[in-house]
Design a protein around this ligand. Structure first.
Ligand code: ADP
Ligand code: MG
Length: 297
């Protein structure tokens, strides 16, 4: 579990974080979304143990992270700008990581090499930006961390490699219960992979939700009613669109109860459709919070 409590950080009088609160449950894939300059990288550098806060707390499993070797050994962090020793090749970097992370698995490093198709003897400076990022994932996963912190990780990766990397990460989540915190300026980028989302701007958290919380409480249903039939009373309709007789409804409530209620209207056709994270946010936020919609979509 990662907890950020009332975090404040200023740079030369400029307040980058203003009482930020974040809660990442264990085993979550948490998407931290916000526009450029929101403070994502700043809070991530606190969680990775690089920055010391002005005030507030940054805890992992209840312990402060800063200068805490036992905790930091269990965190792997891929920054927005990756650093390598310019003379090093991949194997040198592997040895460097191995000397720092006591959980580093050489066996895993060799096995993962098959997924990345890059010769470990290649000097880092000869790799493209995207390939350097792949190597960062390769090294990170070989550290067998319990916490993986990623700052805008998919920038510069092609779609095939994005899928590859996410599939490796998500299998770590499923098999080892790894907790992932990933930032992006775009909700769409994260919607297939995250089960928790926090939205931040101007150094504060605006909203934090779990996907199951959201999905359990909103349903998209497509249906066609017979001539003369109307929707049953007592539905909490969030949105409706029609094409001829076919209606698409976004309803608040649980799927089983809503389907049962709608069956009473003897529909000619009825189908429950998956709601995307983006749709949930749009309808969840309603018309009121334009500020947030502009930020994430
Ligand atoms: P994000 O990652 O969400 O784009 P950052 O955390 O990088 O945002 O930056 C948040 C704000 O803090 C920005 O206005 C940025 O200019 C400022 N900032 C970040 N790091 C520094 C720094 N080292 N010195 C001065 N200002 C900084
Ligand atoms: Mg950033």
């Amino acid at each position: 579990m990662i907890e950020v409590k009332e975090l404040y950080k200023s740079f030369d009088g400029f307040q980058a974080l203003k009482g930020l609160n974040i809660n990442v449950p264990k085993g979550a894939v948490y998407g931290l979304v916000g526009p450029n300059g929101a403070g994502k990288s700043t809070v991530i550098r606190h969680i990775a143990g690089i920055y010391r806060q002005d005030s507030g707390e940054v805890l992992i499993e209840g312990e402060p992270v800063f200068e805490n070797i036992a905790i930091k050994e269990r965190i792997a962090y891929i920054p927005d700008e990756i650093f390598y020793y310019s003379q090093a090749n991949i194997k040198d970097m592997m040895q460097f990581y191995r000397s720092i992370y006591s959980n580093f698995s050489t066996e895993r490093f060799e096995k993962l090499g098959e997924a990345f198709h890059i010769d470990p003897k290649t000097p880092m400076r000869k790799l493209s930006k995207g390939m350097q990022k792949q190597v960062a994932f390769w090294l990170t996963l070989s550290c067998c961390p319990d916490y993986i912190i990623l700052d805008e990780p998919v920038d510069g990766l092609d779609p095939v490699m994005r899928r590859q990397v996410w599939s490796l990460l998500l299998s770590d989540v499923a098999e080892r219960g790894v907790t992932v915190l990933v930032s992006s300026h775009n909700l769409r980028e994260l919607e297939d992979v995250c089960d928790h989302v926090g939205i931040m701007d101007h150094g504060r958290l605006l909203l934090e939700r779990s996907l199951s919380q959201l999905q359990d409480n909103m349903v998209k249903i497509q249906l066609a009613l017979p001539e003369g039939k109307e929707l049953p009373e007592g539905l909490e309709l969030v949105h409706e669109s029609r094409t001829g007789r076919l209606r698409q409804l976004i309803l608040r409530g649980r799927e089983e109860e809503l389907s049962a209620k709608l069956m009473a209207a003897e529909p000619l056709f009825m189908d429950v459709l998956p709601l995307s994270l983006e749709e949930i946010f749009i309808y969840e936020l309603g018309g009121a919070e334009h500020e947030i919609k502009d930020i994430i979509l």
